[in-house]
Design a protein. Structure first.
Length: 158
């Protein structure tokens, strides 16, 4: 039996830029994100600036990012953003760690951390319908498919 990964989530810092850049530049990771292509350096740096600016938590658009580590080694990223209809969460796992249950553990940690920060349990996630692995992680985490909008499956957990 596989040992459940021991994951720690901590706030994302400027020093995590290199790890995030590797993920955002990897076509395996971005395959189901946006247009499915690796991100440009300009776009990556813009997203990092947004992540680090720490807008007031009650403001629509405020985001908090987290680095997921295992034994002090980065293995993934969690992004949370306040939207009009709840807190949207997303997660990326480094391909070096795929197939080990990391995404499920990251989601479990996020389900504890994110509601405490934002003061609400209304969580949402948008997933490319072709990303069966992510859909499975979300449903195991208690999310339910609510609708398909603009080509993405919309999951909620309240």
């Amino acid at each position: 039996m596989l040992r459940r990964p021991q994951i720690v989530l901590r706030p994302f810092h400027q020093t995590d830029t290199e790890f995030f850049t590797r993920l955002a530049s990897d076509e395996r990771v971005t395959r189901y994100v946006g247009d499915g292509q690796p991100w440009s350096q300009e776009f990556i740096h813009g997203r990092i600036r947004t992540a680090l600016q720490q807008d007031p938590i009650k403001t629509v658009g405020a985001s908090r990012w987290f680095l997921a580590t295992e034994e002090n080694t980065p293995v993934g990223i969690v992004v949370s953003t306040r939207k009009d209809d709840g807190i949207e969460i997303g997660y990326w796992v480094s391909p070096d760690h795929w197939g080990r249950g990391i995404a499920g553990v990251i989601l479990d940690k996020a389900l504890t951390t994110v509601p405490e920060i934002y003061g609400t349990r209304k969580l949402i996630a948008r997933v490319d319908p072709a990303n069966a692995a992510s859909a499975k992680v979300l449903t195991r985490g208690g999310f339910q498919l609510e609708a398909t909008r603009e080509g993405l499956d919309y999951y909620t957990q309240a």
